[in-house]
Each structure stands twice: as structure tokens, then as C-alpha cells.
Design a protein around this ligand. Sequence first.
Ligand SMILES: O=C(O)CCC(=O)C(=O)O
Ligand SMILES: [Fe+2]
Length: 249
Amino acid sequence: MDTGSQDQELFPRGPAVVAPGAVHLPVHLAAERQSELLAACRRWALPPAGLRTVRVRGGVMSVRQVGLGLHWYPYAYARTAVDGDGAPVKPFPEWLGEWARAAVRAATEVAAAAGGAGFGADPAPGEYDVALVNFYPEGARMGMHRDLEERSPAPVVSFSLGDACVFRFGNTESRGRPWRDTELRSGDAFVFGGPARLAYHAVPRTRPGTAPRALGLTGRVNVTVRVSGLDLANEREGGATAEQRPRCP
Ligand SMILES: O=C(O)CCC(=O)C(=O)O
Ligand SMILES: [Fe+2]
């Protein structure tokens, strides 16, 4: 079915449990909050340790990224932009952790009302400590992957800004089916944890030109907020902790 923006008034989008432990929260961020988050993303994108092109085995990702709190690179975390300009990663702001916790609370209510799986214990204040900001210019996509570099089972919270996209949420076993496609629009949040924490997911395409005009963004920005479960101060320099795992460009 076409779920274009013109249908929004006729068929208001409600929160949905996409898989056990995976909840879509449409219009979670009001327009003002979206602008606030976008303004922050623009600051974070500036050097040092700003937006960069990510090299993976077999090429470069079409999505450009910047990390907060810790720097994610294929396929580990570090304290500095080891595959960028080498500068210390920008700090993770406390307010963004609070936004993530609020989204988890909202998603928990949705999951409970549906009688489904929750996310385990609510993350404590200050527990969210890293974020990955993804910028999708027209034509960018992200292949099927799992978020494996964190050592915490806490739910991942994703906030979307700008152009809508198709968000493909699969299973924990393989990159293949079954999966479910959800349209994520500007202001939507998506929370995945519990039994869905290690599920494969992807962004097969964005829908160029669908960003709310007032936001003033060409393209799509996604901010995923996570609990790293890592204390890199006590780990070896560079902080590589995860096995080499492919995240397709
Ligand atoms: O852009 C998105 O909605 C998903 C991003 C994602 O999966 C990731 O950063 O690991
Ligand atoms: Fe991901």
C-alpha cells in the first residue's frame, strides 16, 4: 500500500509493535524538537571529529556518519575518530539520553498494551552514553546489519529527521526474510531491544523530497542512541572490542 504523506490525515499512523521488542512510535518528536535535534546534528557534523565517509570492506558507505560519546567505526568503538581526522569524539549530551529514555518508556507502554515482549529494566539516568548520527543524501541506503558493537542489552533508540525512508526490520537469525518494512518519517522514533536487540535491520531506500519543508533539511538524518556498556578508558588504545563483522555499504 502506498503510505505517502498525503494519506496522513485520512489514515493517522499509530504506534505499532513491528516485532517482539521492536516498536515504531510515529510523530514522537514535535516539529520544534526535530528542529532542535537537527541544529545539534549540524553542530556535531562540524570538524574536528565531524561528519565523515565510512570505509568498509568492499567500498564506502553511502551514509555519512558522526559519533558521539564514542566513535563507531567498522566494527568497533574508539575514543577518537580513528578512521577520520583522529580527533577526540564529541561528548554525548545528557539531554539526548533523556530523550532516548522517554522513547523507551513510550515504547514500553505500547508493547505492554499489545501484551508483547518488553525491553527489560528501564535504562537508568545517564546510562545512554553513545549515539551515531547518520546522514542519508539522496540515493543513500544502509544494508542489512546488526548493531553488535555494544556490550549492553539496553534498547537502541532511533530518531528520524527529514526525508522519509523504508526501514526494514528482520530477524535475529539471518539477513533474509522474514522482515517487515515500516516507513519512518521525520519525527518518528523506533525502539528495538529485548528479543529484537540483535535483529538485522536496514534502510533500503529513502524517499527524496518528503522532508517537512519547515525543517529545512535536504535528505535524511537518523540518530541512534545506545548504551555502549564499554569503558574504553580501561581498555587498550583504539578500543577495538568486537570481532570483524560486516555492515554492508
Ligand atoms: O537510519 C536508520 O534508520 C538506521 C540506522 C542504523 O541502523 C544504525 O545506525 O545502525
Ligand atoms: Fe543499525
